[in-house]
Ligand binder design. Structure first.
Ligand code: HSE
Length: 428
């Protein structure tokens, strides 16, 4: 590449986009040192016209078509027109940097086919875990590993909300508001709280790990919106509840889930608070490798985008190809996905029941009948009035057995006050 500068076309000028422009300026010396020439933002496109009129372009197609632009940075999020921008940029012979986990997870096959067809690259370190270099860690750092497990706290907003609810006894709505004003949440925060954002990120990591496109629809997803503050406070003496994305390679397939889990104090995830994320990847030879850092917010996300821009620029300057090394994408590879109902784990169960003789025995009887074995049983609060909370910790049980037991218990209208609560206990 003989040009004096690398020119960027930035599509999407929100929280992360503004952070990217800021870091590109403040790190200009580092950039010249690493790339050998400056990186400049030549054009910016956003749905809202921006004040920097000399850079503002109304139509993103103009940026993609501009022969003087070397690299497209897509930061608008969502499915469309993000998908079109990524595909059309590759078609136009341009490398792409994106933070868009939703589009990657949904259009993985199409994007990787376009990467292979047009021999250009898409880098997306910011899409998973904010500033944590987990994509590079997985694809390069663990390139030779047979990956056995990926587990992670992958959403900063929900982790922030759960931390505030646990530590500061803040209610759910106020905690979410705080996360939104700190710039952690998605434009539509239901993606954060219903677990979809975590599922998008898990799908990306699992697809990288196992060489086939793992789809969000293959993942059993539940979020934190229905969590009861009572369970947050009942569990906080021994640990905390966190939203965990989990992908485990079993003998006959991959087990995939996103759900709130109880994390004991001895677990490394237990000290991951606020907007921090952590990802634990188990390789056959490496054993557990832990990645940790800020998973949301302008600085962390923009930092990862700038790293991708620098890495791709280095490839462009040296005329090397720059497809993310070590990625396998082969549509012929099929991974078996295990039905979630067959997964086995220990659970925290809470029942709000009539406080009268024989109720403990009845619950224990039904659980036993469905092959759910009890590890411990307690009535944590002194009963106030007619109802009491009973907390049961189970031994590892098959989910469908447990669900059948809970269905039967729920139907005991004379003793059950509200739907039983079940939270998976994550072990380490
Ligand atoms: N809304 C996301 C989160 C931003 O809270 O983690 C980073 O992907």
């Amino acid at each position: 590449m003989t040009k004096e500068t690398i020119n960027i076309g930035l599509i999407g000028y929100g929280t992360v986009g503004k952070g990217v422009v800021r870091i590109l300026k403040s790190s200009s010396k580092i950039i010249i040192g690493k790339v050998g020439k400056p990186i400049e933002v030549k054009s910016i496109c956003d749905i809202n016209p921006i004040d920097k009129t000399e850079l503002y372009v109304k139509d993103f197609r103009q940026i993609i078509k501009d022969p003087d632009i070397d690299l497209i940075v897509e930061l608008i999020g969502g499915y469309e027109p993000a998908r079109t921008i990524i595909i059309e940029s590759l078609k136009a012979g341009k490398n792409v940097v994106t933070a868009n986990k939703a589009a990657l997870a949904k259009f993985w096959g199409e994007i990787y086919t376009a990467i292979q067809t047009y021999q250009k690259s898409v880098y997306y370190e910011a899409a998973v875990g904010g500033a944590i270099p987990v994509i590079a860690g997985l694809t390069e750092g663990l390139a030779g590993e047979e990956i056995l497990e990926i587990k992670g706290i992958l959403n900063g907003t929900t982790n922030f909300i759960l931390s505030k609810m646990t530590k500061d006894a803040l209610d759910y709505k106020s905690a979410l508001k705080e996360a939104q004003s700190a710039g952690f949440a998605e434009t539509d925060p239901s993606f954060d709280v219903n677990g979809i954002d975590t599922a998008n990120k898990l799908a990306i990591l699992a697809s990288l790990a196992w060489g086939s496109w793992i789809k969000v629809k293959d993942i059993s997803v539940s979020g934190i919106a229905d969590l009861d503050i009572k369970d947050v406070s009942l569990t906080k003496r021994n640990g905390s509840i966190k939203l965990i994305g989990s992908a485990v390679k079993m003998k006959n397939g991959i087990d995939l889930s996103v759900q709130p889990c109880f994390i004991g104090k001895e677990h490394p995830f237990s000290s991951v608070r606020d907007e921090y994320n952590a990802v634990m990847i188990k390789g056959k030879n490496s054993g557990d490798v832990l990645f940790y850092g800020k998973g949301a917010g302008q600085g962390p996300a923009a930092s990862a985008v700038v790293s991708d821009i620098i890495n791709l620029s280095q490839f462009m300057v040296t005329n090397t190809k720059g497809i993310i090394p070590d990625i396998i994408y082969d549509p012929k590879i099929k991974n078996q996905i295990l039905p979630f109902s067959k997964s086995k784990a220990a659970y925290y169960l809470r029942f709000t029941v009539s406080d009268k003789p024989g109720v403990f025995a009845k619950l224990a009887d039904i659980l036993g009948k469905h092959k759910v074995s009890i590890a411990s049983l307690s009535q944590p609060n002194i009963s106030r009035g007619d109802f009491a909370d009973i907390v049961i910790i189970t031994h590892p049980s098959v989910l469908e057995d447990l669900n059948s037991a809970l269905k039967e218990i729920k139907s005991l209208r004379s003793i059950i006050k509200s739907a039983p609560v079940k939270i998976k206990i994550e072990t380490f």
